[in-house]
Design a protein around this ligand. Structure first.
Ligand code: G3I
Length: 377
């Protein structure tokens, strides 16, 4: 065969090769298209994902997501590590990534009892600040951070995890210094800093009736004060048997009745054996590693992939059913490889909570989720 004949055959070989190797991804549905009639769909991004824009995590995000949330870079301890220092570079990078790719950018989070420099609450002598002094610090933080990203960040988790599972507010340093209206003050300052930004309350375990009722009361209190609140974020750190479908629907309906949106802000579904009967996402809860609590270090068996896929389908079916109220679903991470659940509540487990696996491939759960959008059409 002459060299010239080789040259003619080559393009055909390349096309055939592409047809074989590229077809699976090309045919893989695009989540943001699949759910375009239902809700925004996105992921929380670490700084590593943002910095590695050519990487495989970013490729998944760019293909499937129309919204992104800052997993860590906007938390107080990161963006405002000491009282007189702000560090904006990672958050700036996150916002620039979202803007460049026309994504709905969500800021997480302005006020949390955790991940906040404890020195923020005390004076030079280490004494807890009084209400006025602490309000001034809260206002400085919120106006600085929200003001910097005004017109770029679409919505803020203004207050995160202020409620206990039983309902009353945590007796955090926010309550100890300012009082229970620190929530209202945070919403007031956020609205002043960017009147066009959407403002949310965000928490875990909001499916539990006592906590759901407390969140409803919190929203009503803000509404009564004439403050802006656009939605309640239910984090969505869920398991195989919680929330019950009844409780999830009851939460969505209760929030919808207030005239505000439901955001599923931090979705992942844990298929590993529970370390205890705790069902929340308190980052300070910790347990010891034992082999029986880490049963799939080498990969999730097909049978368990199916169990996970079925559970994802069950949860997404409810979100699709209530898509008039549910405005956004954000997965808490991109792939199983870097999920926070590999290190919580036990450090060093091999966890499988997301829709993409450690090799960046869509899991059976991905297909199951896609099917919920088209079921019944
Ligand atoms: O980046 C450092 C790394 O340099 C260092 O070697 C390593 C050693 O521990 O720590 C790394 O930082 C960790 C960071 O995650 C990035 O992986 C922090 O210690 C760790 O505290 C941090 O955990 C985050 C956690 O919030 C606390 O901020 C998780 O990534 C993040 O997924 C998690 O997100 C929270 C939401 O904000 C609120 N709801 C619950 C949710 C899950 O806990």
């Amino acid at each position: 065969m002459s060299a010239q004949r080789h040259t003619h055959i080559l393009p055909a070989i390349i096309i055939a090769f592409c047809a074989i190797t590229c077809s699976s991804e090309d045919k893989e549905p695009v989540l943001k298209e699949v759910f375009s009639q239902h809700f925004l769909i996105g992921a929380a991004l670490s700084d590593d994902v943002v910095k590695n824009e050519q990487g495989q995590d970013a490729a998944i995000v760019l293909r499937h997501c129309n919204t992104i949330t800052a997993e860590n870079v906007m938390k107080w301890v990161r963006i405002h590590p000491s009282w007189d220092t702000y560090v904006f570079e990672p958050a700036d990078r996150f916002v620039a990534f979202g803007q460049q790719h026309n994504m709905v950018i969500i800021g997480h989070t302005l006020v949390w009892h955790d991940q906040t420099d404890n020195a923020a609450f005390v004076d030079a002598q280490g004494k807890l600040l009084n209400r006025d002094a602490m309000l001034a610090r809260l206002k400085d933080h919120i106006s600085t951070v929200v003001g910097r990203y005004k017109g770029k960040v679409k919505g803020w988790d203004v207050v995160n995890e202020a409620l206990t599972d039983e309902g009353p507010l945590r007796t955090s340093l926010w309550v100890q210094t300012i009082g229970e209206d620190f929530v209202a003050k945070a919403f007031e300052y956020a609205h002043e800093a960017d009147p066009d930004a959407e403002l949310y309350y965000n928490d875990f375990s909001l499916d539990k009736p006592a906590k759901r009722d407390a969140a409803v009361q919190l929203v009503k209190d803000l509404q009564t004060r004439g403050l802006r609140i656009d939605g309640v974020g239910i984090q969505g750190h869920w398991g195989m048997d919680y929330p019950t479908t009844e409780n999830l629907e009851a939460f969505i309906t209760a929030v919808g009745a207030l005239g505000v949106k439901v955001l599923v802000t931090e979705m992942d579904v844990d298929i590993l054996p529970p370390a205890w009967d705790y069902q929340g996402a308190d980052i300070n809860a910790r347990a010891e590693l034992r082999d029986e609590l880490n049963p799939y270090p080498g990969g999730l068996p097909d049978s368990m992939q199916t169990v996970l896929a079925n559970r994802y389908a069950e949860l997404f079916s409810i979100l699709v059913k209530h898509s008039a109220i549910v405005d956004r679903v954000t997965l808490w991470g991109v792939t199983d490889r870097t999920s926070w659940l590999n290190d919580w509540p036990i450090i060093g487990r091999t966890s499988y909570p997301l829709l993409f696996d450690r090799e960046y491939k869509a899991k059976p759960a991905f297909r199951a989720v896609v099917n919920t959008a088209t079921a019944g059409r």
